[in-house]
Write a protein that binds this ligand. Structure first.
Ligand code: KG4
Ligand code: ZN
Length: 361
């Protein structure tokens, strides 16, 4: 029988200090190619945060290499965690709990981060929280102080990153409905592939945006997949193929192709956002997350698509980070939740277990 060691500390889960405030929470992120650690105080104030981006180690392969990612997490994580604890002036024993991403993501990195978190939690006698990476993105907008007021439930999340592309109804803590997802590539992946076709370095999203700024979208005709289709699923492989064919023909200018590609993606995302808003008429806001949220054309299109307020956390909290993991852990601890040490990392872990499995991630 699996012994739930963390549960034996249940009495301490709330970990209230004498002032009635929860103790700090440590967050760990290692699901893809960012190694990150952060400490929040019991109210959610950021005491320390650190991110090590591995993109240099993967760049020459033109994408994230799982084995290299896992090794890099292993090399970096202990130092990053020690660094944020020191900066926050907090020792492991002072924490209310340790939250680590347990999925979805690359299994090697997940095992490194979750095992590290569990080991630390065991050693210090603390609760462990295995956080769903998508839930962490979904709850980031609720961090105190980020917006004038945190969005009230229910709200919409547009998650547009290199690994994930989905629209989620955030109904409450632990209550999510996936309204749509990609049938093939994630949107960031599409940016990266289009950029590669245009001869730009990986990851190419930001390079493509710079090139697009000098081009004319109306000079090229590219498809806008899924536009007008019911629901809010996404598909980008047809657009990528069209870019590949256009590049191969060599007739259009690269900057015009970049501009046309970006305009297509922005139009598709705006259309999907409109559909999502119609699927959740009670939504109070639309939150964007993921690296593609850095794209100004995408942001502008999403902001104009619906009457909902578009909430974009600062970029460092939109992309993969550990603040969001610590915050999700804090929210779950507050709700009296923690996980068993037997919790296994899950490379695929849909936010909404009722949804059909995604094709890729
Ligand atoms: O969220 P993120 O940092 O990592 C994950 O994929 O989880 O997102 C990275 C993705 C990459 O595909 C990158 O090319 C894309 O976000 N990206 C952009 C921009 N900046 C980053 N895509 C379009 N325009 C940008 N300015
Ligand atoms: Zn992410």
């Amino acid at each position: 029988m699996a012994v739930d060691i963390a549960a034996s500390y249940r009495a301490r889960v709330m970990n209230e200090t004498h002032s009635g405030q929860m103790r700090p929470v440590l967050g760990i992120e290692s699901s893809c190619d960012e190694t990150a650690a952060a400490v929040l105080d019991g109210t959610g104030r950021i005491l320390a945060e650190a991110v090590f981006t591995q993109s240099e180690e993967h760049a020459r392969f033109g994408g994230v290499v799982p084995e290299i990612a896992a090794r890099a997490h292993l090399q970096r994580l202990a130092g990053l965690v020690q660094g944020v604890l020191d900066e926050a002036g907090v020792r492991a024993g002072d924490l209310a709990g340790i939250a680590a991403t347990a999925g979805p993501g690359l299994i090697g990195g997940l095992i490194v981060g979750a095992s590290f978190g569990k080991g630390m939690a065991l050693g210090a006698g603390l609760p462990f929280i295995g956080v769903n990476h998508l839930e962490a993105h979904a709850l980031t907008a609720r961090l105190p102080g980020l917006f004038e007021a945190p969005p009230a439930y229910p709200y919409l999340l547009m998650l547009v990153s290199g690994g994930h592309c989905q629209c989620v109804a955030v109904l409450g803590l632990g209550e999510y409905r996936r309204l749509g997802t990609t049938l093939d590539d994630a949107v960031g992946e599409a940016f990266d592939k289009a950029a590669k076709l245009l001869g730009l370095p990986w990851p190419g999203g930001a390079h493509l945006e710079r090139l697009a700024a000098t081009g004319d979208a109306s000079a090229v005709k590219l498809p806008r997949p899924m536009l007008g289709r019911p629901g809010c699923d996404f598909s980008f492989s047809g657009l990528k193929t069209a870019v590949a064919q256009m590049v191969a023909k060599g007739e259009a200018r690269p900057q015009d192709i970049a501009a046309g590609f970006q305009a297509s993606v922005a139009a598709v995302l705006a259309d999907r956002a409109r559909h999502a808003a119609a699927m959740l008429p009670e939504a109070t806001a639309m939150v964007v997350a993921g690296g593609v949220a850095a794209n100004q054309a995408v942001r502008a299109a999403l902001a104009a698509a619906t009457p909902l307020a578009l909430l974009a956390p600062p970029l460092r909290l939109c992309t993969d980070n550990a603040v969001m993991v610590a915050w999700a852990g804090l929210e779950r601890l507050r709700a009296g939740q923690n996980d068993a040490m037997s919790l296994a990392p899950r490379p695929r872990w849909p936010l909404d277990e009722m949804s059909p499995p995604m094709k890729f991630r």
